[in-house]
Design a binder for this molecule. Structure first.
Ligand code: NAP
Ligand code: ZN
Length: 347
């Protein structure tokens, strides 16, 4: 066992503060990683503040981890000391169910172990995430990261990148498709970059007028304000796909009517509150409303390699760890351009 410096939430009401945690000694299959950067995902906020209702305290968030390997176990063949690596949203799964065998560990039928706030496979402890000095992860759940790209800009790919890449690939988004991205935050800005790189004509649907210029620079062809009462009528039956990244409750029905016949609305945003869905926008146009969770390990590696090849990274604002509570407030206010990333050297 080693001690790791970390930042933790002790309750839903308290700000995150310094805390010391324990990490296991690397076992035969394990990789120990010194964390260099950790992105700040809106899921971290939902969890730290118990908005989804299942947070175990103390809670150390963080699942967009980039760092250097410091130790490896005897059976580790994929990595050696000094390698640059990443860890995303999962650190374990059963490894033998149909989904794990199909490289879909995120849908493990026996319950995956997320990087934080999740039971270990032997159910003996709750995981603690990347707002910490180091982490120990079994090699299957560790990704190779190219040293060609700035590492602080790579960290958000481990969640925001794969969460948007995976559904775009699964539903075959490509040139000729019209794609709307709802919400221009951490996930949304990656969806714009990735969707545009795959050839789709991207429209950003946002409630923030100030983001129009950024949307164009990120690769969007069009920008429409959802607070403008004419927008929804004007865009009816326009899109092949809608990728919804919004973090707070909103009306899915309004967006469904923007799909063409056979169009697909993919929900990745995870508002804590449920939203009623009417049958009518689905029936009238044979439309689909679907969801997607992050991505498997094989696909995450494919995404990292794709981003390295196409020079795609996240637009980030690097912060010191003691600015984390302020960063949460700014994220909630929509004032993030477009991902906060913690420089772990400041821990
Ligand atoms: P974020 O950076 O805060 O971006 C969310 C964006 O949603 C905001 O920038 C804002 O964009 C829009 N928005 C926020 N509140 C809104 C409201 N009340 N009404 C309308 N629009 C609103 O968050 P993120 O890190 O991208 O995460 C987004 C969501 O995805 C979170 O719920 C997170 O938990 C979830 N998530 C899901 C997965 C998955 O596997 N499915 C993975 C990671 C994260 P505009 O200002 O442009 O409107
Ligand atoms: Zn995330």
């Amino acid at each position: 066992m080693t001690l790791a410096k970390a930042y933790a939430a002790q309750s839903a009401e308290k700000p995150l503060a310094p805390f010391t945690i324990e990490r296991r000694e690397p076992g035969a299959e394990d990789v120990e990683i010194k964390i260099l950067y950790c992105g700040v995902c809106h899921s971290d906020i939902h969890t730290a503040r118990n908005e989804w209702g299942f947070t175990v305290y103390p809670s150390v968030p963080g699942h967009e981890i980039v760092g250097k390997v410091t130790r490896v176990g005897n059976n580790v063949s994929k990595f050696k000391v000094g390698d640059t690596v990443g860890v995303g949203c999962f650190v374990d799964s059963c490894m033998h169910c149909a989904n794990c065998e199909a490289d879909l560990e995120q849908y493990c039928e026996n319950g995956h172990t997320q990087t934080y706030n999740s039971l270990s496979q032997d159910k003996s402890y709750t995981t603690l995430g990347g707002y910490s000095s180091h982490i120990v992860v079994t090699q299957h759940f560790v990704l190779s990261v190219s040293d060609k790209l700035p590492l602080e800009k790579v960290a958000p790919l481990l969640c925001a990148g794969i969460t948007t890449y995976s559904p775009l690939r699964h539903w075959g988004v490509k040139a000729g498709h019209k794609l709307a991205v709802v919400g221009l935050g951490g996930l949304g800005h990656m969806a714009v970059k990735l969707g545009a790189s795959m050839g789709a004509e991207v429209t950003v649907l946002s409630r923030s007028a100030g983001k129009a210029k950024d949307a164009a620079e990120l690769g969007a062809k069009h920008f429409k304000l959802t607070t403008d009462k004419d927008t929804m009528a004007e865009l009816a039956n326009s899109f092949d796909f809608i990728l919804d990244t919004v973090s707070a409750q909103h009306d899915y029905n309004e967006y469904l009517s923007l799909l063409k016949t056979d169009g697909v609305m993919i929900v990745v945003g995870a508002p804590p509150q449920p939203t009623p869905v009417s049958a009518f926008p689905l029936i009238l146009g044979r439309r689909s409303l679907v969801g997607s969770l992050v991505g498997g390990l094989k696909e995450t590696q494919e995404m990292l390699d794709y981003c390295a090849e196409h020079n795609i990274t996240s637009d980030v604002e690097v912060i010191n760890i003691n600015q984390i509570n302020e960063a949460y407030e700014r994220t909630l206010a929509g004032d993030v351009h477009y991902r906060f990333v913690i420089d772990m050297a400041t821990l």
